[in-house]
Design a protein around this ligand. Sequence first.
Ligand code: ASP
Ligand code: MG
Length: 440
Amino acid sequence: MKVLKFGGTSVGSVENMTNVKNIINDGEKKIVVLSAMSGTTNQLVAIGQDIEAGNSAAAVEKVTTLHETYKVTVDNLLQNGDLNASVKAYVANVFSFLESCASKTFCVNLENQIVAQGELLSTYMFNAFLNQEGVSSTLLPALDFMRIDENKEPDIAYIKENFKKVFEATPDSEIYITQGFICLDTEDQISNLQRGGSDYTATIIGAAFLAEEVQIWTDIDGMHNNDPRHVENTHPISNLSFDEAAELAYFGAKILHPQTVTPVRADNIPVRLKNTMEPSAHGTLISSVTAGDGIKAIAAKDGITAIKIKSARMLQAHGFLKKVFEIFETYKTSIDMITTSEVAVSLTIDDDSNLEPILAELDKIATIEVDKNQSIVCLVGHEVVNHDDTFRLFKILQDVKIRMISYGGSQNNISLLIDSKDKINTLQKLNTYLFELVTP
Ligand code: ASP
Ligand code: MG
């Protein structure tokens, strides 16, 4: 059995939902994971922010506007009178809950309940739509089986056991629909798998029952060799290994949640990226197979902070790096890139929520320099560090100011740290010279 996940755009209009229906309605039993309709989660986040800022009137206004758009969508989607009425009642219930949130005291728990409504709405509506169209489908509530542990990692044993229970309760259905993104935490409170987490839901479910394949359906024809939002002439990559895909997703390829391949790689479950608007396009197949050597794709991750830690105490001394790492460990902040010299170590973090206390601690043992607004540009490909063409990289970048470089940390990745203002130019240059093979 396969797991198919459809993103926000795929469920963002009646036309696209009809495309989804046509894709999934092929007589095969399957699990369908849905995101919220496009734009909804952003709106829900904004409503939470208004409440946090004490601006409940602005929150109520956003709730009302969003409710109106949902009423129109339901009318366009459901001509069947009974289904239309029951879905409208469900939707009205969700929005009166959201309205009631506007006068509550803000806390993480409230925010999590608010952002969860997007997936609850989309799945409810889509399930009713399938019923109207005569497709046999069942809604499996994700909150009945999806849970994270104290480290915010999926609790796979719990998910396996509980998914099996809910799934086996309705054995005759053809299509099982569930919410992406949302889950419970260890205290049984509503939580989520972070923005873009529906991809992760799909592979977690895929791993929980050893699916034949996981498909991630979006509005683009697979993972591209460079960021198509910033760079011209990019093209989809037809095959990626799990390692390559994991590096790309982590280092900024927005098409996938960073953890997407983690649950499935050990069991070798392939992940196929497909385009809902163009179902016949090949897309990208992520599997254990490695196709070709050399630089295959480039991705960039913004919002990086670089910290240079300089100390004469580092010279021929041991234990200095341990002290540095312990400070980051204390504040549960993970380090992405690192380079060292005799008397200095430079490293990068993307989560700067504890930057102040980290710097205060580092300041006790070294001289610190901080650069914000940096971007990691990551070049990915099997054995990229050993490939003949890789030397071109340095020629191409002779006029880009590189703050740090990481070469050989893995065979499949070369990372450069640059100022974010140089990002688009760097990506475009790399694209032109590396992929179009124009001599610089
Ligand atoms: N709806 C959530 C988001 O916008 C999860 C997802 O779409 O994957 O982040
Ligand atoms: Mg996504």
